[in-house]
Design a protein around this ligand. Structure first.
Ligand SMILES: *[C@@H]1O[C@H](CO)[C@@H](O)[C@H](O)[C@H]1NC(C)=O
Ligand SMILES: *[C@@H]1O[C@H](CO)[C@@H](O)[C@H](O)[C@H]1NC(C)=O
Ligand SMILES: *[C@@H]1O[C@H](CO)[C@@H](O)[C@H](O)[C@H]1NC(C)=O
Ligand SMILES: *[C@@H]1O[C@H](CO)[C@@H](O)[C@H](O)[C@H]1NC(C)=O
Ligand SMILES: *[C@@H]1O[C@H](CO)[C@@H](O)[C@H](O)[C@H]1NC(C)=O
Ligand SMILES: *[C@@H]1O[C@H](CO)[C@@H](O)[C@H](O)[C@H]1NC(C)=O
Ligand SMILES: *[C@@H]1O[C@H](CO)[C@@H](O)[C@H](O)[C@H]1NC(C)=O
Ligand SMILES: *[C@@H]1O[C@H](CO)[C@@H](O)[C@H](O)[C@H]1NC(C)=O
Length: 481
């Protein structure tokens, strides 16, 4: 390194920097590969309350909505939620009437019918977008203590006739919380019910869809007992749900609070521990998840600040062995990726960047010097049209502190930065996000904007309350070749 001529100024600057910034080292070169993930690692949901309410402002003829959906492909769309256990398929009903209901006041009155048109619309949209559908069936249609498959069979028959090919079905939503809706199905009974559904599916089709469950609200005794009672054929992926806190109790601070971020880790360890112990060979999934439950926090959970919990959840989940993380929601309420006018929220762009840049295997990088900085690394996704070659590494990181942090990453000299920051003067609650200083927006209804990196070498200055991705195109990491 060439020494500055004006050593005095140099030393003063150095002292100033040392005083103001912390400096962390990220060791990519020696980070081991610890997990594999697929290109379908990130999925999205549409909650059935949106269908129940006549699809609200979703417009299935909107080219803009289709473009945004296609941008996320390949991915799973999970359609389910509380409404799944109130849904009756009505083959003779053509149209879904628009209704206003309040699920929080009287959930029991919420039985509703799914019309043929609803099902056609959903399946056709999924096909056009290049998505894969996961659909939740009603487990509370019961007779003599067992699940009654009569209504499901009507739906399955119609689905086969139309040539729709959902990837998977679920049976029941958050069965551990059924007592809240004055109902109860034991874990062992639900396992039997899954057996009935499996039998029904295999008797109707030579290539039956998969089965995912139990979709519990928590990793708890119900989850564990369901897996213990399960047979090898009960489910093809084990699903549970996760939210950090209630949307109504949310504050901006909670969305970037380190101890809240950290609360996920022990749950991941318990979930994966149970999956490994009682359902070996079955992948463990977050089947429905977001920052906060009951629709999010108005004015916060669909803004820039939501990116901290979302990006950290993706990082931790991949590192601890989850195989899919399904975000509530693509559309609907205050934690969705697109808004009521079908325009993308900041987390839409974060998800797109994640999918394009982050690949497999997952690398275990750590930095122990600054608790405000979270760092994750994977091999770069080389199949997403971003032009990266095998051997490249993608580091993603966030600064939860209030000071700039200097970040040194080993692994090749050149770095492609994709740094995200609030899109306008609203700061953390900005409805927009900037990529390398430019607001991300659709240039037109037909295509996403180019996602251009900032070319860089050497130490990175990670600004306070920012996050982003660093691709190392010449890392030549052998685990990534
Ligand atoms: C990832 O998959 C590859 C190829 O199937 C396999 O060789 C490797 O052991 C897997 N790595 C981990 C960490 O599971
Ligand atoms: C199905 O819809 C038709 C037409 O709206 C209606 O007449 C019928 O009662 C519905 N059936 C059930 C079981 O809800
Ligand atoms: C459950 O039952 C109790 C007592 O009968 C009743 O007060 C309550 O409204 C019921 N809740 C639901 C969600 O049906
Ligand atoms: C369980 O099922 C999987 C396929 O889903 C199969 O590969 C595995 O061998 C089965 N294990 C046992 C113990 O039957
Ligand atoms: C973060 O959340 C924890 C637990 O909810 C709380 O005790 C702590 O004060 C919060 N930190 C800040 C900086 O507000
Ligand atoms: C399963 O999850 C429970 C939490 O519900 C946890 O206490 C237990 O340690 C987990 N079991 C395994 C084998 O990881
Ligand atoms: C990552 O590596 C650290 C040691 O550097 C280890 O303590 C930790 O358990 C590893 N995490 C995973 C998920 O493998
Ligand atoms: C956010 O939630 C509030 C309160 O429930 C609601 O009035 C508003 O319409 C929601 N916003 C979106 C975008 O769904």
């Amino acid at each position: 390194m060439a020494f500055c001529k004006n050593t005095c100024w140099y030393a003063m600057l150095l002292l100033l920097l040392i005083a103001m910034t912390s400096c962390i080292m990220v060791d990519v070169t020696s980070a081991p590969a610890v997990q594999n993930i697929s290109s379908m690692f990130v999925g999205v949901t549409i909650d059935l309350h949106v269908m129940r309410d006549g699809w609200r402002t979703m417009d299935f003829s909107s080219q803009k909505m289709l473009t945004l959906a296609k941008g996320l492909a390949p991915c799973y769309l999970r359609v389910g939620g509380t409404g799944a256990d109130f849904l009756i398929f009505n083959r003779t009903q053509e149209r879904q009437s628009k209704r206003k209901t309040n699920r929080d006041i009287d959930p029991v009155s919420l039985d509703f019918s799914m019309s043929v048109l609803d099902w056609d619309t959903l399946n056709q949209f999924v096909q056009q977008a290049g998505w894969e559908l996961i659909f939740g069936l009603n487990a509370l249609l019961r007779a003599n203590g067992r699940w009654d498959p009569t209504n499901a069979i009507k739906l399955l028959k119609y689905t086969i006739e139309k040539g729709y090919k959902p990837a998977a079905y679920e049976l029941g939503n958050e069965p551990d919380l059924y007592p809240r809706i004055n109902n109860s199905v034991s874990p062992a009974s639900l396992v039997d019910d899954f057996g009935t559904l499996r039998h029904t599916l295999t008797s109707m089709s030579p290539s039956p869809p998969l089965l995912f469950g139990p979709d519990t609200a928590y990793v708890n005794g119900y989850f564990q007992q369901f897996l213990q009672a399960s047979k090898n054929t009960t489910v093809d992926a084990v699903t549970w749900h996760h939210y950090y806190f209630a949307g109504s109790s949310g504050t901006v601070e909670k969305y970037h609070n380190i101890s809240i971020l950290d609360s996920l880790k022990p749950l991941l360890i318990d979930a994966v521990g149970n999956c490994t112990q009682y359902a070996p060979n079955k992948p463990c999934w977050l089947g429905e998840t977001s920052s906060s439950y009951s629709g999010g926090t108005t004015g916060v959970s669909d803004k820039y600040v939501a990116g901290f919990l979302w990006l950290d959840k993706l990082g931790l989940s991949a590192l601890y062995g989850l195989k899919c993380v399904i975000r509530q929601s693509f559309y609907g309420r205050n934690n969705s990726l697109i808004d009521v006018n079908l325009n993308p929220n900041p987390d839409y762009w974060l998800t797109i960047l994640y999918q394009r840049l982050v690949g497999s295997p997952v690398l275990n990088v750590s930095q122990n010097t600054d608790p405000n900085v979270r760092v994750y690394a994977h091999c770069t996704n080389t199949d997403s049209g971003m032009g990266y070659q095998k051997g490249s590494v993608t580091v993603y990181l966030m600064n939860l502190g209030h000071d700039v942090v200097s970040v040194d990453i080993n692994g090749g000299t050149s770095q492609n930065l994709y740094m995200l920051s609030p899109g306008d003067g609203n700061g953390l609650v900005s409805p927009f996000v900037k990529l390398n200083g430019e607001i991300l927006m659709l240039p037109n209804d037909m295509e996403l904007p180019p996602l251009k990196p900032f070319y860089h070498e050497g130490t990175i200055a990670l600004e306070a309350l920012q996050f982003g991705f660093v691709v190392l195109p010449d890392a030549r990491k052998w685990e990534c070749l």
